[in-house]
Design a protein. Sequence first.
Length: 64
Amino acid sequence: MDETVIKVRITRTRSGIGAKQNHRETLRSLGLKKIGDQVVREYDAITQGMVRTVTHMVTVEEVQ
């Protein structure tokens, strides 16, 4: 099996002040504590769901 692993860079762009509790917790689970923080993760089903939850607070770009 030769599956290519897609990696994405997730950048926090907005504050969590006034956001729902689960949105703040999702950002924390992704490892994004402050605005401008970035993480590189595999784009699997778990990450897709997390990004979908906070799509208005992050930007996502594919990494080679």
